[in-house]
Design a protein around this ligand. Structure first.
Ligand code: BMA
Length: 874
């Protein structure tokens, strides 16, 4: 190495802030262990509007946060209002329709400039960016999901350097070009915008689709430097990427290959050494590299690996592998990846129903229980690792073991997958294609290929990722959607062929090849839903299904139990968030289902009325808005419970239940089970019960009540199954307990009783059936069944008493009722709290203790406690 030891020493011993004098400076100093230096440019940034707006204040320079987006900076400078409040969304639309400029002046010291290579690296630009350094154009970026590296040494000078990034509007800058095309590609969820702008631009740009608006999210077309900017100084060679391919993993052996891409500035000998968790492995490779990228493969064998399992099936041990790049005894660069060792197979074997579709992890067929995730915020740069952890922990608390990172958002940040690895949550990972038809010109295809390579290399080592999926709903859209049929009808036969060929090229050629080359053996699936062209998407025989006739087509909730998919990757039902969430974005006059503001916060056209339509089928008309919110949550929870339990009962025919959707990106009426503020809706408490590893699930078939028990446990469970029926006053109508032995990984009926025998002459509108599974003296699952709809039931008015005790954030709440109480909901008018359980039924004379966590004091909580049950709503 030609770098002198002295220079290296100097370089390492002084923190960069000490080497610079200017106010605006390069900030963080990292990677002291290797010769490569990484400097983060995250201070001294300013931004201004440089397009067509007439907002004078926006035209001046204001300080900017990097990483960040202009919208959050504009809010901070009070140039735009909070778009989440009332109907402000419309007031900020100009931001996405104009151009913006960022600028930073940063110092570079002579030591950095003495290095052989100095690169500027942009980890993420949103999206159409022109970058200049000291007045020289260095980059045109056009993909939010890519990383951009530019060699910059020739343009840098000692002392102050100026970096400018101009962002063109992802709407107005594209419109003329798109309007001039012979036809315009269709998209989803933008009816109103299409009316305003003529055509949607999102099909033509690699940018998070949901920022253009979705049926649960506002249109907030973000613009900005959304990931860090760094300066990287290095000499002969550096590590561009490092991955650990899991060739085969069994209890005896893990056969792995470290894949290290080395970038060299010139030819020379380098050595790659691999260690894990501080243990040097006896494997090294010394090779001669030419200028450019060379892939170095180093085989690794780990006997008796400590294997990673999904939560509920074993532990989540993680290994940290480090690759060190040496030349002439100098460490040029190091790279690390943390992974978990497991085999993950998507098994599709012919069987009597068609072909299985199940994830087999370390040989265990795992029933996937979970939900779809959408981005945590409309402004991704506001999302913190703590927030990710809070919601992902809530997923595990609700007994989920899988999330689908849906293709209309963005590839999540590293911390997201780290948390999934740690918690044992499997991830079904879509590529980011959300519903818009794709173009197929060569630059677009190259852009997509590069994006996929980078994302697969970045993420594939996460053991949580068990599937790469091409897109969300594009196959089904092309083959089955009305809007696509109308689009096809407008095209010539040749144009139609072309659009279809472009689809096939990306999802059946480019992406699977990238996964095969950089992600194998992690499986690839072309679309969700899909039957991989062996049948139509949504087939009951092959592949995964999205079932939306309940909700979008107004089919009865009971139709959930008529679907027999191999894997249900989406089904969902909306509700409103709770009162305190509504309060956060409204004034009193907004609080009703038909107000303008509540319609702005409902992105599925007609959604509020749809909730009401369904509600009146099953429940009495709520007397006021607060009651309506509460009943909407019960309605959603009961509906998804019906669907999810049905899917679990079908095991092994069905091997997955992912409801739509886990979270929200702003306060809104939506399909989510946790609202934007992290508050659990009734559905999330229900999910904790219906996704429990042992589930008792009563279901009426042909005048009989069949009591199923579903087990996701690996061992047999000796248990007591109790089935009793009571009238609402507490009179026992039926009571039977039977010893059973629950078969592992199975679903079966363990008890059958005719409806008439259960009711013993009592009125079905006045009775509840309680099924209970008791193991080791504990009730592990309890489930209530009603023969009549709640609107027809004669619910008594219970007298509930509450006893709240505890201190310092941890409280117990004991609730007792005299008569039957349906849907008991405890909350505090003014304090955030989490409950171990909520929205449950209490039998006559029953008490239930729940734990409550809150920062509020006991006195505050006592004065704010509110209890509600279904009879309070009418
Ligand atoms: C599904 C999803 C989303 C959408 C949801 C509700 O099909 O893939 O596109 O938000 O339906 O309509």
């Amino acid at each position: 190495m030609r770098i002198s030891a002295l220079l290296l020493l100097l370089f390492v011993s002084l923190p960069f802030s000490a080497q610079t004098s200017s106010r605006k400076r390069i900030v963080k100093y990292a990677a002291p262990e290797s010769q490569k230096q990484v400097l983060t440019i995250d201070r001294g940034w300013q931004f201004r509007e440089v397009g067509n707006s007439d907002i004078a204040k926006a035209k001046q320079w204001h300080d900017a946060q990097v990483p960040g987006v202009v919208q959050t900076d504009l809010m901070r400078h009070r140039i735009i209002p909070d778009p989440y409040y009332r109907d402000n969304e419309a007031k900020v639309q100009w931001v996405g329709r104009t151009d913006w400029e960022y600028q930073s002046t940063f110092d570079v010291d002579p030591a950095t400039l003495a290095r052989e290579n100095v690169d500027l690296v942009f980890a993420g630009l949103d999206t159409l960016a022109e970058v200049t350094l000291n007045g020289q154009k260095i980059l045109n970026a056009d993909n939010m999901f890519r990383r951009w590296r530019v060699s910059a040494k020739h343009l840098l000078k000692p002392g102050a350097n100026t970096l400018n990034v101009v962002f063109r509007s992802p709407i107005t800058s594209l419109l003329p070009k798109i309007k001039a095309l012979p036809y315009q590609l269709p998209t989803v969820n933008q009816i109103q915008i299409i009316a305003e702008e003529g055509v949607p631009t999102d099909p033509y740009i690699r940018k998070a689709p949901y920022t253009f608006g979705w049926d649960w999210g506002p249109r907030l077309v973000t613009i900005g430097i959304w990931k860090p900017v760094t300066l990287e100084a290095w000499d002969n060679a550096r590590i561009d990427s490092m991955n650990i391919r899991q060739d085969s993993v069994s209890a005896e052996n893990a056969n792995l290959t470290a894949l290290v891409d080395v970038v060299a500035a010139k030819a020379g000998d380098v050595t790659v050494a691999i260690s894990h968790d501080g243990v040097k492995l006896p494997v090294k490779r010394t090779i001669r590299v030419e200028a450019g990228t060379t892939r170095v493969e180093v085989p690794i064998a780990i006997p008796k690996p400590n294997r990673w399992y999904p939560v509920g099936y074993g532990k989540q041990p993680l290994y940290k592998f480090t690759a060190a790049l040496h030349a002439n005894n100098v460490t040029l660069d190091t790279a690390s990846k943390r992974t978990g060792l497991r085999s993950a197979v998507l098994e599709m074997k012919p069987d009597k129903w068609g072909k299985s579709f199940q994830f087999v992890i370390n040989g265990i067929p795992v029933f996937a229980k979970g939900a779809n995730t959408i981005p945590w915020d409309s402004f991704p740069t506001r999302v913190t690792p703590e927030w990710h952890r809070q919601i992902l922990q809530a997923a595990v608390d609700a007994n989920m073991n899988m999330v689908r990172v849906w293709g209309g958002g963005y590839y999540e940040s590293d911390d997201f997958y780290d948390i999934c690895d740690e918690l044992g949550i499997m991830v079904w990972q879509d590529f980011m294609f959300g519903g818009a038809q794709v173009p197929g010109d060569q630059p677009y295809l190259d852009n997509v290929r590069q994006e996929a390579i980078e994302q697969v290399k970045r993420l594939n080592d996460h053991p949580s990722i068990v599937l790469w999926c091409g897109n969300n709903e594009l196959e089904g859209a092309w083959l089955q959607w009305g809007d696509r049929q109308a689009f096809k009808n407008k095209l010539t036969a040749q144009q139609r062929e072309r659009v279809y060929a472009d689809y096939m090229l990306i999802f059946h050629n480019i992406l699977p090849l990238v996964v095969q080359q950089y992600g194998a053996p992690t499986p690839y699936w072309p679309s969700s839903p899909s039957a991989n062209f062996e049948d139509l998407p949504g087939s009951e025989k092959i592949g995964d299904m999205h079932y939306w006739a309940v909700w979008h087509a107004l089919n009865p909730l009971e139709d959930y139990a008529k679907q027999f998919p191999r894997f249900m990757s989406e089904f969902g039902f909306q509700s409103f968030p709770e009162w305190r969430t509504i309060e956060a974005f409204t004034v009193p006059e907004d609080r009703g289902i038909s107000t303008d503001v509540m319609h702005v916060h409902q992105k599925n056209v007609g959604g509020n009325e749809r909730i009401r339509t369904y509600m009146l089928r099953d429940y009495k008309e709520p007397k006021d808005f607060a009651s309506f919110l509460y009943v909407s949550q019960l309605l959603q929870a009961e509906g998804i419970k019906l669907g999810a339990e049905h899917l679990r009962r079908q095991r092994p025919r069905t091997m997955g239940s992912l409801y739509w959707q886990l979270n929200d990106c702003w306060p809104v009426a939506s399909w989510a089970s946790i609202d934007y503020y992290g508050r659990w809706k009734a559905l999330h408490y229900y999910a904790k019960r219906f996704y429990n590893d042992l589930l008792v699930s009563p279901w009426e078939e042909n005048g009989k009540l069949n009591v199923y028990v579903v087990s996701d446990r690996l061992d047999r469970t000796p248990a007591q199954l109790r089935v009793h029926a009571l009238d609402f006053e507490g009179k026992v109508l039926f009571d039977r307990t039977q010893a059973i032995d629950v078969t592992p990984l199975s679903s079966a009926v363990y008890f059958t009783v005719p409806r008439s025998e259960l009711l013993a002459g009592a009125d079905e509108r006045n009775a509840v059936v309680v099924t209970e599974l008791i193991a080791n003296g504990q009730t592990v699952s309890r489930n209530h069944f009603y023969f009549a709809k709640m609107k027809d039931s004669s619910l008594p008015t219970p007298k509930l008493t509450a006893d709240l005790t505890g201190a310092n954030g941890e409280y117990s709440l004991k609730l007792t009722t005299d008569r039957f109480a349906r849907g008991v909901y405890a909350n505090f008018t003014n304090s955030n709290a989490t409950f171990s359980d909520n929205y449950f039924d209490l039998l006559p004379g029953e008490s239930r203790g729940i734990t409550v966590k809150s920062k509020a004091s006991l006195e505050e909580l006592k004065s704010q406690l509110k209890l509600m049950t279904l009879v309070d709503t009418y």
